[in-house]
Design a protein around this ligand. Structure first.
Ligand code: ADP
Ligand code: MG
Length: 647
């Protein structure tokens, strides 16, 4: 029988793009910039780099292909490596933040758009590349939008470089105009009719409607897989659990359906499962974020269930507040999602919303995002006037202003907006400016080792502790051990303790199990920490350790996160020091329900039912003046300042 690699290779000929190979190669040769539009699943992402390699482009340099999402970069690279018949990381590889799976040999490189942006810092003319493909351009992520302008400039000084802008929807004209009337090439797709069915969603919890619809399809519709669009990991896990339970109740033993989740933090080995065909007699139910809208094509889907929501990153420049918001999708997205059911035959799409209520398109991220990181990158690239940067769609002016103000307060820019030495050091770290300032600032407080551990733990997200449903009491108890001794010390220090204890146990997986800690997250934290360590060495920061001086560690945290300070109010809630905004300690915080600290610094705000501070640590208000004298004045901290006698 055939190997998976053989099958994958043979499949190439059946993709819609196959018939257009020669024409495409000719157009790429003749046009420096080409805009390619094609139906999702037609083979753009997996095939074009291979065509280019086969045509000899890799003799002159690598082929780089950007993806807005890390899972897409990994998954597509792994597929292409299989098709080419090489080991992933050899000729075909990928690069995402904190994970470089490439080698000297790599000629086809998939990467997140953010990573290409970082490569430009080191290689401003992208000399090691012969072709750059900006893929999924229609997604209009912040990094992709910035890349548009930067690669457009590079192309001008590198006539040999080829630039391909590839997209799923018909924004082609806009892309073409931006790239000086670049040629547009449409790959005709195959598409089968999709019947759209409206499902009423009576209760506010649409997840129940989702589950009912899955069950109904399973019981009444012909064979074919189901794709459900959800907003994130939590929702996916809820639906997975409840759906399994429901199938059991129905007496199906749950074996007739195979549930495959796919979202960005899903561990790599589980990601592959989503592409495996369902065994005979079973039906696959894919629970996906909008990664499955255009980035990944999962074969065999015949039914789509679309509640009509996704999560977007939204930033309020007035308050400096950033949050992930569950938002209605656009008409364009609705059409894409429905289309996923009609790839190999007629499909059905169950919509839990009224299409008339949707906006035509989604606002590009650049117009609703925190721009601090991007502005610092641009400054480091020598772009002085960010207001007149060649944006495809310019961001609001006050968002740019707010970014400049923050970078100035952090010491990354000087009075005339030029990047400082501190700023240059901060740019080395592939993290947000506040976090990079915390790292760079740790030098002063002689605790760089502790701070990179905290930074690494914060970077793995909120997946360190877990609370199995039937053992929550034990999990919480185990967790509180890391908060003991110095009560109310805070989440940052607790994360540091978790890491150090794990290290003392020789990075034991068994220890993680006992302490209700996710060992996968810990391993990732260790990888990230190693990289941060390397970067600290690179910029010449001395490695220092000061494990018992908690004040020094807190001051270093505050050196980056001083804008995120909050003070206790009479009613038990908190108020941001510089903004008239009420915030709360997150229920997952070790400080939740503890005797409240008067002053807190927090890592981030998350908006669910309230504005919650995630990862909080207590601090002293006078540190704010000491650390950020330009930002805080005495009057900001005076009114509720503790009495002198406390010291
Ligand atoms: P496009 O970029 O035009 O949307 P792709 O090149 O991503 O299309 O997909 C082409 C085909 O490759 C699809 O049929 C898809 O199912 C398959 N494919 C892509 N990635 C994988 C993967 N990781 N595993 C299995 N099949 C894949
Ligand atoms: Mg693609």
């Amino acid at each position: 029988s055939k190997t998976a690699a053989e099958k994958a290779r043979e499949g190439r000929e059946f993709l819609p793009i196959h018939g257009y190979r020669e024409e495409l190669l000719k157009l790429i040769e003749e046009n420096q910039v080409l805009v390619i539009v094609g139906e999702t699943g037609s083979g753009k992402t997996t095939q074009i780099p291979q065509y280019l390699q086969e045509a000899g482009y890799t003799k002159r340099g690598k082929i780089g292909c950007t993806q807005p999402r890390r899972v897409a970069a990994m998954s597509v690279a792994s597929r292409v490596a299989q098709e080419v018949g090489v080991k992933l990381g050899h000729e075909v590889g990928y690069s995402i933040r904190f994970e470089d799976c490439t080698s000297e040999k790599t000629v086809i490189k998939y990467m997140t758009d953010g990573m290409l942006l970082r490569e430009l810092l080191i290689e401003p003319k992208l000399d090691s590349y012969s072709v750059i493909i900006i893929d999924e351009a229609h997604e209009r992520t912040l990094s992709t939008d910035i890349l548009f302008a930067l690669v457009k400039d590079v192309a001008k000084v590198r006539p040999d470089l080829r630039l391909i802008i590839s997209s799923a929807t018909l924004e082609a004209k806009k892309f073409s105009e931006y790239f000086d009337s670049a040629r547009i090439y449409l790959i005709p797709g195959r598409r089968y009719p999709v019947e759209k069915l409206f499902r009423k969603c009576p209760e506010p919890d649409y997840l129940e409607t989702v589950i009912r619809t899955v069950v109904q399809i399973h019981q009444t519709e012909a064979i074919g897989d189901i794709l459900v669009f959800l907003t994130g990991q939590e929702e996916i896990e809820t639906v997975e659990t409840n759906l399994k339970r429901r199938m059991m109740d129905l007496g199906t033993k749950g074996s007739e359906i195979i549930i495959c989740p796919i979202y960005s933090n899903l561990p790599t080995p589980l990601q592959a499962k989503v592409f495996e065909p369902a065994p005979k007699g079973t039906r696959k139910v894919v629970l996906a974020t909008n990664i499955a809208e255009t980035s990944l094509t999962i074969d065999g889907v015949k039914y789509v269930i679309d509640p009509g929501y996704f999560k977007i990153n939204s930033y309020n420049p007035r308050t400096g507040m950033e949050s992930l918001l569950v938002t209605p999708i656009s008409k364009a997205s609705a059409a894409q999602r429905a289309g996923r059911s009609g790839r190999t035959g007629p499909g059905k799409c169950f919509r839990l919303y009224n299409i008339k209520d949707l906006e035509p398109t989604t606002i590009p991220e650049i117009q609703r995002a925190n721009l601090a990181s991007v502005v610092l990158t641009l400054k480091s690239l020598g772009i002085q006037d960010v207001f007149n940067f060649d944006f495809m769609d310019p961001p609001p002016e006050n968002a740019l202003l707010k970014a400049l103000e923050l970078l100035y307060a952090l010491g990354a820019l000087d009075e005339i907006g030029e990047i400082t030495k501190v700023g240059e050091r901060m740019v080395e770290f592939p993290v947000d400016p506040m976090l990079s300032k915390m790292i760079v600032g740790s030098e002063k407080y002689k605790c760089s080792k502790e701070i990179i551990t905290i930074a690494a733990m914060l970077s793995v997200g909120n997946s360190v502790f877990y609370r199995p449903k039937n053992q929550q009491v034990f999990a919480d108890k185990a967790r509180m051990d890391f908060y003991e001794d110095t009560k109310n010390v805070g989440d940052h220090i607790a994360l540091l303790r978790v890491y150090n204890s794990w290290k003392e146990e020789n990075y034991s997986t068994q220890w993680c199990c006992e302490k209700f800690i996710q060992s996968k997250s810990m391993k990732r934290a260790r990888d990230i920490r190693d990289q941060l360590l390397g970067l600290l060495n690179k910029i010449g920061v001395e490695l220092t350790s000061n494990p018992n001086d908690l004040d020094a560690i807190k001051k270093a945290i505050l050196a980056g996160f001083f804008p995120h300070s909050a003070k206790l109010q009479k009613n038990g809630s908190y108020r941001r020091v510089k903004e008239p905004q009420t915030v709360y300690v997150h229920p997952n915080s070790g400080l939740f329900g503890a005797s409240p600290s008067k002053w807190l610094v927090y890592h981030e705000l998350v908006l669910t039912t309230k504005e919650y501070m995630r990862h909080t640590t207590e601090m002293k208000p006078e540190w704010l003046i000491e650390i950020a004298p330009h930002y805080y004045k005495l009057k900001d901290i005076e009114d509720t300042r503790p009495k002198k006698t406390q010291r």
